[in-house]
Design a protein around this ligand. Structure first.
Ligand code: SF4
Length: 458
């Protein structure tokens, strides 16, 4: 019979720390580890520390020292772990240090140094889990629920308030995905820029490194993994500005999916969206000064109750001024249980349709203009598929899968799906780019674009 790994456990501190210890011990037992009563019988020791007063700090540091002397393999968790580098300064040989409420991080550290026993069922699963996306890209959900109460939306009723996933857990999932061959991580949640608000941006741990539960450090850490990192559903809070330098430096893709929904202050107020189109415009200009290659995608709703022609024209003016790269447009329709259902002045269906068509026509011109600027440039692309004529279909940093355009590479027969390539852009229309990897100038293949419209681009 194979040796069952044994963990020694030292639990110090208050009842909250005790509950953390109970959780970790429960997970250990559920995964097949046994608990050793003495240091010599343990393969590894976990010390759950207290850092409340000086005496508790001393007691915790002594306990870590004793575990190191008696056993040698020690993982430290608890409040003292959250106090900067105190533990490592005193005991540099500890295997890992985490803060309190860090069951996942502790389990990851244990797995790294003392692999969990074989489980005939769980071991059939790949470490990255079962994915429904192609092997080279994956969605990474960083939070669930939403703290907003937009009048047209029932997501908070269905999914509750924001609950952010622990930063260490998110990064471990990302690492597993990249190890399994994922080249592009698509970061999603209902409100990605609110990540960490619910836990007051508490410090978590990734591979023993303290990291705030906040979008900026998370994005920077994801950028270290070597895959493309694309941010979706980023509401433009002021702290989003801090992401733009990461994009300019190439750590994160220069792409922001910012759901703006409207530009008329009156309609935004009725929608209960805390936004101001003038501020947004100023910020978009500043973002582009810092990162000229930034691609901006947004979605809008036309025909919201009370929207008059002047509101709609304000939205068109905003689009002209903002020159967004990708735009999706929906006509408003009531959803069961949404607050907007009781609003007066519904917009007739034919007016909604007409506004949607006008918005899409305007945006088609803007998108085409912006794409034309890329002709003659070299772009890095990720190859998604082969086309039926032996060419390749790829995406650049400006193209999210399924919702944005693509880059057609007529002479891309030798390119491998899931690999990056450098291409030369030779043509553009309002959705897609046409490129080559060398040699022949390719023709535009309009037939492939027919049937698409910006309404589908949402
Ligand atoms: S529209 Fe988005 S931000 Fe508004 S409540 Fe729904 S999920 Fe939250």
């Amino acid at each position: 019979m194979s040796h069952q790994p044994r963990i020694g456990f030292v639990s110090l501190g208050c009842p909250k720390a005790l509950v953390d210890s109970e959780r970790i011990l429960t997970r250990l037992r559920a995964e097949g580890y046994s608990i050793a009563p003495t240091y010599p019988e343990a393969d590894l020791v976990v010390v759950n520390t207290c850092g409340f007063i000086d005496a508790a700090v001393t007691e915790s540091l002594d306990a870590i020292g004793e575990a190191l002397t008696e056993n040698g393999k020690v993982v430290v968790t608890g409040c003292l772990g959250a106090k900067g580098s105190v533990v490592r300064d005193f005991h540099p040989s500890v295997l890992a240090v985490t803060g309190p409420h860090a069951c996942d991080e502790v389990m990851a550290a244990i797995h790294a140094h003392l692999p969990r026993p074989h489980d005939p069922f769980l071991d059939l699963l790949p470490p990255q889990g079962i994915k429904l996306t192609p092997r080279h890209y994956a969605y990474l959900k960083i939070a669930e629920g939403c703290n907003h109460r937009c009048a047209f939306c029932v997501i908070p009723q269905l999914r509750g308030d924001l609950v952010s996933r622990p930063v260490g857990e998110v990064l471990r999932e990302a690492e597993n995905l990249v190890r399994a061959g994922v080249r592009e991580l698509l970061i999603v949640s209902q409100d990605t820029s609110a990540y960490g608000v619910d836990v007051r941006y508490r410090t978590g741990f990734w591979n023993g490194r303290p990291l705030k539960t906040h979008l900026t450090p998370l994005a920077a850490a994801l950028g270290e993994l070597g895959a493309w990192v694309r941010l979706h559903y980023v509401y433009p809070y002021p702290h989003v500005d801090a992401l733009i330098p990461l994009m300019a430096e190439g750590q994160v893709l220069p792409y922001l999916d910012v759901p703006l929904q409207h530009a008329s202050p009156r309609i935004l107020k009725a929608m209960k969206r805390p936004a101001n189109a003038d501020d947004t415009l100023t910020r978009i200009r500043r973002w582009r000064e810092i990162c000229p290659d930034l691609t901006l995608r947004s979605t809008f709703i036309v025909g919201f109750p009370g929207e008059i022609e002047a509101d709609f024209e304000q939205l068109l003016e905003f689009l002209e001024a903002a020159e967004l790269d990708r735009v999706g447009c929906f006509t408003y329709s009531p959803v069961d249980g949404a607050a907007a259902n009781v609003l007066p002045d519904p917009v007739p269906e034919d007016v909604k349709q007409e506004r949607q068509a006008r918005l899409m026509a305007l945006q088609a011109g803007i998108s085409a203009r912006r794409l034309r600027r890329k002709v003659g440039r070299t772009l890095k692309v990720l190859v998604d598929a082969r086309d039926e004529d032996g060419g390749a279909i790829a995406r650049s940093s400006a193209d999210a899968p399924e919702i944005d355009g693509v880059v057609y590479i007529e002479d891309g027969a030798a390119l491998l799906v899931g690999e990056f390539a450098e291409v030369w852009v030779v043509g553009a229309d309002e959705h897609d780019l046409y490129a080559e990897i060398g040699g022949t100038q390719i023709s535009k293949r309009k037939s492939r674009c027919s049937g698409r419209d910006l309404g589908e681009d949402a």
